[in-house]
Write a protein that binds this ligand. Structure first.
Ligand SMILES: NC(=O)c1ccc[n+]([C@@H]2O[C@H](COP(=O)([O-])OP(=O)(O)OC[C@H]3O[C@@H](n4cnc5c(N)ncnc54)[C@H](O)[C@@H]3O)[C@@H](O)[C@H]2O)c1
Length: 318
């Protein structure tokens, strides 16, 4: 199947994540079957859709015509057969419970043709486990969205050993087509996003537990610190910007003082510094840099900080 052949999709599970994923698909012109087993979930999902539409209208992201179009594209249903009729792509967002997910994948497998890719929004599980009882498990792949799914661009795409390359590509093409940024990564507990977030959360809690500062002050430091520029410069490019030698020295010092092996300097960093690859200042680090590129990145980081601070002001005065 080619991405152009996808016209109608199903989103299974209308809890916290499902309605926003359905909206992201409908917004880009797909017909969406929004399936759940509970009437209350469908009612909440409808309300959530209306709240999102109101926000879109307030912010000028959509007009009334587009709002009606989106509403008309989403078919909220409890009827499994109706939902799976003529769909060319499925996303599952049922609870994080292996037995439930397995059963849903088994049912989708029986009902949908072998070219229909099925993405799982699991936050933690391997796709091979989830698709273990499915017909044609090679079309199953993790597609992990983030809350609020209709606004957050990144979707982690995690193939398993049984996932076919064509299924991963098709999932990426579909996601790119609805203006997401799919990032394919290997299987890892917490994938990429939650692995990094968990490390940060652990450090934040240690600071609070040890009385270094309050929870409020941890949040203040992060929100008014690196969080402000993260939208334009990720942690690895940021290390290139700061200087990899400086980062290495910081690791060594914190490791020596705390004895916490989590701060043991990573071998890759020591090797790069030994080779004189110190980041932007030497033109090579984890990325290569020309002088113009360095200027562009600095400007983008500065602009991101300014824009984030404007949002903060806007929210305060709203
Ligand atoms: N909540 C988050 O912040 C978040 C973020 C990223 C990923 N996820 C993942 O997304 C998935 C869904 O999470 P959620 O928070 O939306 O869950 P949720 O519990 O809010 O919603 C799950 C929905 O699935 C429905 N459901 C249960 N069994 C079903 C079945 N057999 N067929 C159809 N619908 C069924 C339930 O009635 C419920 O409405 C989980 O795997 C979770 O780990 C959650």
């Amino acid at each position: 199947m080619r991405v152009e052949e996808i016209k109608r999709v199903a989103v299974v599970g209308m809890g916290i994540m499902g309605p926003d994923i359905a909206l992201a698909c409908a917004f880009r012109g797909y017909g969406v079957a929004a399936l759940d087993t509970q009437q209350e979930s469908l009612e909440r999902a409808r309300k959530r859709l209306e709240a999102n539409i109101r926000f879109g209208l307030e912010q000028g992201i959509i007009d009334r015509e587009k709002a009606d179009d989106v509403r008309n594209r989403i078919d909220f249903t409890l009827d499994w057969d109706r939902a799976m009729d003529h769909v060319q792509y499925v996303t599952e967002a049922v609870p994080e419970n292996l037995a439930i997910k397995r059963d849903v994948f088994r049912r989708i497998g029986k009902r949908c043709g072998k070219a229909v890719v099925v993405g799982s929004n699991t936050s933690s599980m391997g796709i091979d486990e989830i698709s273990a009882e499915m017909r044609f498990p090679e079309r199953a792949v993790v597609t992990h969205w983030f809350i609020p799914a209709h606004l957050m661009p990144v979707v982690e795409v995690v193939p398993g050993r049984n996932t076919a390359a064509w299924a991963t590509s098709l999932a990426c093409d579909f996601l790119s087509g609805i203006e997401r940024r799919p990032v394919v990564c290997g299987e890892n507990p917490g994938f990429v996003h939650n692995y990094i977030q968990a490390a940060m959360f652990r450090a934040a809690l240690t600071l609070v537990e040890e009385g270094v500062c309050s929870a409020k002050d941890v949040d203040a430091v992060v929100q008014n610190g690196f969080a402000l520029r993260l939208a334009s410069i990720g942690p690895i490019r940021m290390a290139d910007y700061a200087g990899l030698d400086t980062c290495l020295n910081l690791f060594k010092y914190v490791h020596q003082k705390t004895g916490d092996d989590g701060f043991k300097p990573p071998g890759i960093l020591e090797e790069m510094v030994a080779r004189g690859e110190l980041g932007m200042k030497t033109g090579r680090g984890f990325y290569d840099y020309s002088t113009e590129e360095v200027e562009r990145i600095r400007k983008e980081a500065d602009l991101t900080v300014l824009e984030s601070r404007k949002v903060e002001e806007k929210v305060k005065t709203a």
